[in-house]
Ligand binder design. Sequence first.
Ligand code: GSH
Length: 217
Amino acid sequence: MITLHYLQCSRSFRILWALEELGMDYQVEYYQRTSSYAAPENLKNIHPLGKAPILVDNEEVIVESAVILDYLQQQYDGQQKFKPEQAKDQRQYSYWMHYAEGSLMPLLVMTLVMNSVSKHVPWVIRPIAQKITDGVKSGFVRPRVKEHILYLEQYLGEHDYFAGAFSFADIQMAFPLIAIQNRLHGKYPNIQAFVQRVQQRSAFQRAEQKSLNSQCA
Ligand SMILES: N[C@@H](CCC(=O)N[C@@H](CS)C(=O)NCC(=O)O)C(=O)O
């Protein structure tokens, strides 16, 4: 039996959704975030880094969303429904699988960290910390995030999905795009249309019901 170790409000949702797309039997172990929004220590009993998602299949422990999605596709997508067959689309598939975590997510995480710095320093230096993070945000993070958003908005104006028809590359990319869409409601119509398109999938909706997403901020 496959076990998904699922951390609330996290990239774990990608895997829940993929398992639903594949129509698989699986079980979910749920983990709540700590008061500092970290993963609980007991996730380290499954993998030393204790980051989610973690998939366990036949006692093999598999981490990194893109690796898990590739594993599930190769192992269980017998009809090749979730990975393109054309070489050119396959290169797009790999590109977006890597891009999501290698290029886009670090900038989004940096934004979250910058936003929380002043809450984690003593109040006397809070105004200084705020000035520093504002400087880093406006001089470094924000212009880069904007560049990526405009790039994605343009790509999605020309493509309904990231690699030909719907594939696991869309699951990988939907996670940061939903986060962007939740913050910038409707500002980028092509991103919004993509998010709505994937949210209409019945597998997405089944995954939502099994997720702890209703508890996310
Ligand atoms: N690149 C990894 C990122 C894994 C990761 O950082 N997961 C976050 C949840 S979205 C986590 O476990 N955070 C808890 C923590 O750092 O304490 C992936 O795609 O699986």
